[in-house]
Design a protein around this ligand. Sequence first.
Ligand code: F6R
Length: 227
Amino acid sequence: AALNIQPNPEQLAQAAADFISAQVRVKPELNILVATGHTPMATYAELARRAEAGEVDFSRATAVQLDEYLGIDDDDPRSLWGWMRRSFVEPLRLTRTVRLESPAQFGTALARLGGLDLAVLGLGPNGHLGFNEPPSLPDAPTRTLALTPASLESNRAYWGELAVPEGAITAGMDVILAARQTLLLVGGTHKRAVLHAALKGPETPEVPASFLRRTALTVIADEAAWA
Ligand code: F6R
C-alpha cells in the first residue's frame, strides 16, 4: 500500500483531491464508488471548488453509491443517497450515477460499467468498509444486513435527534476489493488503533479493512490518525 501522511485534515483533503483529480484527468469516464461519512467531506468540497474553477471535469464520470439505510425516503435527512447527491454528485456536476437499490440491480449496473475504476472509502471505527461490518470475508457479496451495535452507536453522531435506521444495504467486499484502485481516507486520533490494525495487523474478517492490502491501495491519513 502507498501510505501518504498529511499534517492536518486540510492537507489530507488537498492530497485526496489531487489523487482523484489525477485519475479523472487520465480517464474522464472514471467509475467512482463514493463513501459518505465525515472524513471525505472536505475532499469533496475541494473537488467541487476545482470543478467550479474549471480545473477538473467530472461530467463524464459515474458516481456509484456505496451504502444505504433501508426504509428511508430519498428526501429523509438520513438518506445516504441524499448525502452523496448534496456533497458529491451535484457540486462536482456529475450527470451519471448508479444507485444501490438491490444486490441484483447493483450487480447488473456494475457489470454494464465494466467494474469500478476507483473506490473512495472511509474507515469505520470498528474496521468496517461501507456497511461490511465485522466479521466480513473478502468474498462477502452486496447484501442487506442488520447494523451492529457499534455501528448504530457511531452512526448516531450523524443524525442528532433522529433514530439510526437498523437495516442497511452495502456494496459487497467482493465489489470493493475488485476496484482497480482504492483510496482510503483516515483522519483523527479516534481512528489510530483501527488504522494500525487495518494496515499492520493480520488480515482478518474481524477488521474488514485489513483486506484492502490485497488491492492497489493508497491510504491518505493525517498525523493524528497515524502518529
Ligand atoms: C459511509 C460509509 C462508512 C464510513 C465510515 C467512516 O458511506 O460507508 O463506512 O466511511 O463509517 O465514517 P467517518 O468518515 O464519518 O468516520
